[in-house]
Ligand binder design. Structure first.
Ligand code: 5GP
Length: 125
């Protein structure tokens, strides 16, 4: 179901459960502000999700309410994950879906990191 990015944070969402260790994941990175793991249904050779540890519904919520330290920590974590997974030299794509038009399904802020090969056009037509 599409996410309402203006709704209150639901602490029972699937990524909150992954963060609490209630649901397993294939973790690739963790620090004070961010957590990263492989997507369960990869759309590219490499498909990693990077999420902040804080309770934010979407990019909109995060960019408005997160502290400067959380935002800086998250952005640096995304770069670290890309470097650590060998994505930089050949290139990669970052994607953030927000709300219904964006196709967001999980109501915990996340970015998708795609790589491992050519990724095709920016948007499906
Ligand atoms: P969205 O459409 O919200 O931007 O993307 C949500 C992503 O989360 C999807 O790519 C989906 O495959 C992934 N996902 C959903 N549930 C799980 C899960 O339980 N574990 C993992 N690793 N990924 C999940």
């Amino acid at each position: 179901m599409a996410v309402d990015p203006t709704a209150p944070y639901d602490s029972e969402n699937i990524f909150a459960k992954i963060l609490r260790g209630e649901i397993p994941c294939n973790k690739v990175y963790e620090d004070d502000h961010a957590f990263a793991f492989h997507d369960i249904n990869p759309q590219a050779d490499v498909h990693i999700l990077v999420i902040p540890k804080g309770a934010y519904v979407s990019w909109d919520d995060f960019s408005e309410k997160a502290s400067d330290a959380e935002i800086a920590g998250f952005v640096r974590a995304v770069g670290t994950v890309a470097r650590d997974n060998g994505l930089v030299v050949r290139g990669y794509r970052l994607l953030g879906n927000v709300g219904r038009n964006g196709g967001q399904e999980v109501p915990h802020m996340h970015v998708h990191l795609f790589g491992g090969g050519p990724l095709g056009p920016m948007l499906a037509r």
